[in-house]
Design a protein around this ligand. Structure first.
Ligand code: DP6
Length: 340
């Protein structure tokens, strides 16, 4: 028997991935950019055990057995095993039992599948002795997962090749590059979302003309501007692009037919508060971004946290389920323990 435990943090996109050009290989319509959080908060912890006694693969999420025949899971295991065979790993011949736990709300629009698949692929790679890029395999589990296998600021390149081999994640800058950056996560509602990202984006690709415009005319230039803002630590521009991209993603959801609403009244009130605060300050001090759910991720610099945090607690004393304060984002997926 061999086992390994991995932890992988969630990542918060500042240029959103929304829409696939290939459903099976999970190839996106556009590049996206995110920041991977620290492994101390909001991460998935996944243990993978390989044994001669297992006659099938099995998978538990937060203590509940899940379908281990999902095409995505099967694809990921197949890809890792193919790579493992090249390094003649003995363990690659064995079936696996996978046990994954999130320390934050699952499927509430907080990138739980990203962290889950990143931890799983890192675990399998470590167990089977696979080296090199694993982002292309994590991508096949859940698109955004490819960004969680790296730490710091990460770009997922949409790639050009039909087999998806160039649709990988690369580092823009390590977390140490912008150590003052902080994230507040306002958990407005920790219930499971009604529309999964997978089905939502599929519907947008089918029905939204605005998505096509976004992908062709907006994201390429915005991505370049975002890379520059991160590299030069230009918070003013970073914040503007982040908020604009979040708003455009949610506008695309509204342009989808039937429309998809991920944000709620509290989410919109948070946006208004951020703009009012930035307005009073005369520059962008805080940036919001929302994924496929009502929960707000707020980027800000350390010096501005105490005042804005106090403001949030006063304005929304009872509307939030919880507030997570992410102090740093220095790490990528880490292997906690292994016995090979
Ligand atoms: C709104 O990666 O969860 O969070 O590839 O179908 O598994 P699948 O979708 P997923 O979509 C994430 C969408 C998003 C934006 C982002 O993280 O870039």
């Amino acid at each position: 028997m061999a086992f390994v435990t991995c932890i992988a943090p969630v990542n918060i996109a500042v240029i959103k991935y929304w829409g696939k050009r290939n459903e099976e290989l999970i190839l996106p319509l556009n590049d996206s950019i995110s920041c991977t959080l620290s492994t101390e908060q909001m991460c998935a912890r996944t243990t993978v055990v390989a044994s001669t006694r297992y006659n099938e693969n099995k998978f538990w999420l937060n203590g509940k057995e899940e379908n281990s025949n999902s095409p995505r899971l099967i694809n990921c295991i197949k890809d890792i095993k193919e790579k493992a065979e090249k390094v003649e790993s003995e363990a690659s011949k064995l079936n696996v039992h996978i046990c994954s736990e999130n320390n934050f709300p699952t499927a509430a629009g907080l990138a739980s599948s990203a962290a889950g698949y990143a931890a799983l692929i890192a675990g399998l790679a470590s167990l089977y002795g696979v080296k090199g890029d694993i982002s292309a395999i994590a991508r096949k589990g859940s698109g955004s997962a490819c960004r969680s296998v790296l730490g710091g600021w990460v770009r997922w390149h949409k790639g050009e090749l039909a087999d998806g081999s160039d649709s990988i994640a690369t580092e823009i800058a390590p977390a140490s590059h912008w150590p003052e950056m902080r994230i507040l996560i306002l958990v407005v509602n920790d219930a499971r979302k009604k529309h999964s990202s997978t089905s939502g984006m599929k519907q947008s690709v089918k029905t939204s003309a605005f998505l096509k415009y976004r992908v062709e005319k907006i994201v390429p230039e915005r991505t370049d501007q975002m890379v520059k803002a991160i590299k030069t630590k230009d918070f003013e521009t970073f914040a503007k692009l982040t908020m604009q991209d979040s708003n455009q993603f949610h506008s695309t959801c509204l342009d989808t037919y039937p429309p998809i609403h991920y944000m709620n009244d509290t989410s919109h009130a948070i946006c208004d508060l951020v703009h009012a605060y930035n307005n009073i300050k005369g520059c962008n001090k805080v940036a919001y971004t929302f994924d496929a759910g009502p929960n707000a991720c707020l980027y800000m610099l350390e010096q501005d946290v105490p005042e804005f945090f106090t403001l949030i607690m006063n304005v929304f004393p009872s509307d939030l389920d919880s507030v997570e304060y992410v102090k740093g984002m220095p790490l990528k997926v880490s292997v906690l323990s292994e016995q090979l």
